[in-house]
Design a protein around this ligand. Structure first.
Ligand code: SF4
Length: 182
């Protein structure tokens, strides 16, 4: 699935996706601080929480994915994102292992919904069946549902590590896969 991520104009089309995560991995990306200015010269952000687009675009060079795959909506989204991204990066431990979202797995969906919406409900305690996406039986790491090219570990990953991986990709190099254990 991997191809050289650096297009001819030198700017990569970058997307960031937020599945079942707390946004901490995105915060860590922002924590690269003034290096964001350096990145902005070489990156076009085409999708993410701050991009006002209705549909995930085609021909994305690099997509960072935060969070586990926990719902039917996540499942649909990761398939679409994978099909439109040259390089898919699992950003953070929730994407890589399931981490915090996977803590629910041993209890089962029914027990989780009962606990969240009925036992801890205050006003009008009911389990919503139509508005929220249906949960999958388990929260799962991204690579179990779609091939992942690069792993950036941590909860959250450090800004230095995220910047280092992006810098490698901008130079047209695939980061060392061993970095996923680093
Ligand atoms: S890895 Fe940690 S910081 Fe990132 S989404 Fe999961 S819980 Fe939040």
């Amino acid at each position: 699935m991997s191809t050289n991520p650096t297009p001819a104009n030198g700017k990569i089309r970058l997307a960031t996706v937020w599945l079942d995560g707390c946004s901490g991995c995105h915060m860590s990306l922002l924590d690269t601080d003034e290096r964001l200015i350096e990145l902005a010269k070489r990156v076009e952000v085409v999708w993410g929480p701050l991009v006002d687009m209705k549909e995930f675009p085609e021909n994305v060079d690099v997509t960072l994915v935060e969070g586990a795959v926990s719902s039917e909506e996540d499942l649909h989204r990761i398939a679409l994102v994978r099909s439109r991204s040259k390089i898919l990066v699992s950003l953070g431990d929730c994407a890589i292992t399931g981490n915090v979202p996977a803590m629910r797995n041993k209890f089962g969906v029914d027990a989780i919904l009962r606990r969240g919406y009925l036992e801890n409900g205050t006003l009008d305690a009911t389990i919503p069946r139509q508005v929220i996406p249906a949960l999958l039986p388990n929260a799962r790491p991204v690579h179990e549902l779609a091939p992942v090219d690069v792993f950036i570990p941590g909860c959250p990953p450090s800004a230095d590590l995220i910047f280092s991986v992006l810098s490698e990709l901008l130079e047209g190099r695939m980061p060392n896969p061993a970095a996923k254990f680093g």
